[in-house]
Design a binder for this molecule. Structure first.
Ligand code: AMP
Length: 279
């Protein structure tokens, strides 16, 4: 696996590789890699000729500086995992390589910036689009691979790609879970065994919604699921919503062609998110 620390080094290398039929896949990550990330690498390898994984803990998307400081950075481990997964290229830039000191960025994300994660973490998606746009410019990928785990993030990036008319195909990859159902996340290492056990209710409630959304009123179902989470030990619920899967607007009737249920909660000090596409 080749490792690049500079944008110019990476793009020179990729330009030398790119011939008419050669495709590049990009998998952006913040590292502390787990099987969820590695599944993206595998899907990218099946669909493109060369896979670039980026590892960059992006400061502009953190709304809490402690969270940024505490974010795990086991880089030697990550490199070993990427080598084992036959990733072709790792892009590992420093913060100063990606950002000048004074840099303004704002893109109109509409309601996506104000609801759910956007509401709880103001500015988060501006930071996400800022760094993903920089990665797209550097790598110029034919396809970019993102996890359904961050469902709202996927819609946000899609919106940016549409608005800026970027020439990249976005691929949403399924959520990879632990055997017990907990969605894999770099933050799971902060969970104590008790917190891990408490956190299982998140996936269980999403399953409950999957089993019942066809036969029950959606508003009542959302209320029932919220009650379950609010009374669950160790869970500090932030939101549980059933939304229109195309734009994350709240649903108020049964006749939506696409539906997604999204949940966010703190378990101890660790913030977790999960979701399921119902329809
Ligand atoms: P992160 O390192 O958390 O920024 O995640 C990098 C990419 O991996 C994002 O596209 C995530 O949606 C994706 N991802 C994170 N966790 C999972 C998971 N459990 N299953 C599938 N993809 C995931």
């Amino acid at each position: 696996m080749k490792i690049f620390h500079t944008r110019s080094g990476l793009s020179t290398y990729l330009n030398s590789k790119k011939t008419s039929n050669f495709s590049v896949g990009l998998v952006p990550t913040m590292g502390a890699l787990h099987n969820g990330h590695l599944s993206l690498i595998e899907i990218a390898a099946n669909q493109t000729d060369l896979v670039v994984c980026s590892i960059f803990v992006n400061p502009t998307q953190f709304t809490d500086s402690k969270d940024l400081d505490n974010y795990p950075r086991p880089i030697e481990n990550d490199i070993a995992k990427l080598e084992a997964a036959h990733c072709d290229v790792l892009f590992l830039p420093s913060v100063s390589e990606m950002y000048h000191k004074t840099e303004q960025w704002h893109i109109d994300l509409g309601d996506l910036d104000k609801r759910l994660e956007g509401k709880i973490r103001p500015g988060h998606y501006q930071g996400v689009t800022q760094i993903v746009n920089k990665l797209f410019t550097t790598v110029n990928p034919d396809k970019a691979f993102f996890g359904q785990k961050d469902y709202q993030q996927f819609l946000v990036i899609k919106k940016m790609v549409d608005q800026l008319k970027l020439d990249v195909e976005l691929i949403m990859c399924p959520i990879i879970r632990e055997q017990d159902g907990l969605a894999m996340s770099s933050r799971n290492i902060h969970l104590s065994p008790k917190e891990h056990a408490d956190a299982l209710i998140l996936n269980q409630v999403l399953k409950f919604l999957e089993e019942n959304f066809k036969t029950q009123n959606l508003i009542n179902l959302e209320k029932e699921a919220t009650k379950i989470l609010e009374s669950s030990e160790g869970i500090e619920l932030e939101y549980l919503e059933i939304c229109n899967a195309d734009n994350l607007e709240p649903v108020n009737s049964e006749d939506y062609p696409s539906l997604v249920a999204l949940v966010a909660a703190k378990v101890g000090r660790t913030r977790l998110i999960d979701n399921t596409i119902l329809r």
